[in-house]
Design a protein around this ligand. Sequence first.
Ligand code: ZN
Length: 236
Amino acid sequence: MIILAIDALEYSLVEKFDCNNLKQEYYGKTDISEFSEPRTMVLWSSFMTGKNMEREILAKGDKEMWNTKIELKDTFFNGFKNPRIIDLPGFNYVKEHHEQERVLLKNYFDAKTDEEKDKIRKAYNNLAFEHHRRIKQEFSAALNDDHDLLLGYFSVADVVGHLNFGNRTMMKMIYRDLDEIAGSIKDTYIVLSDHGMEKLGMFGDHSGYGFWSTDFNELENPRITDFAGLIKEIQV
Ligand SMILES: [Zn+2]
């Protein structure tokens, strides 16, 4: 089983750019209405544990949210013999890297001049694309290894989207690339996003639904917490 976990993959853009490998045979929106806000860390944590983790994570205080680290035994990954999970928030992602992104994002909004903002935006995008290339390579290599579960987490659509969602050329390039990654998978896979993204001028903000696709099952408006059980079932 392969899971393509894509942060902020927006349903309407998958449609618009006609990303057939991301869509597969069956696709749609996930229902995340049980959560008070579409928060990345809360949603992926809820995905891997199969239960709503919002209260637990928020109880730790906002600042600690990015330090969330769920143990293998508390996730559905534990039901696999040789799982490989790449860069997933709340589990094993490279915290230092994602922190760098958040610092640049903050600097961007703190910057006083357009010139300064431009410079920071470029550095921010470069950092995100560089990380994306690294994860893409790691994922592609892992496809050839003998894993009964492989999950690759791709943050580029979210990170770049926050400052560039109004830039359709850039977003199209990212969606094409993600679609190509999906196209390179020869096995059965699930595409899943935590939430989508909506346009706020040049910027992007999280939207109130996620995205899913499979080539084996029509799912009726699934919740992100349904996938743990669903994937375990398929495995049996
Ligand atoms: Zn997210």
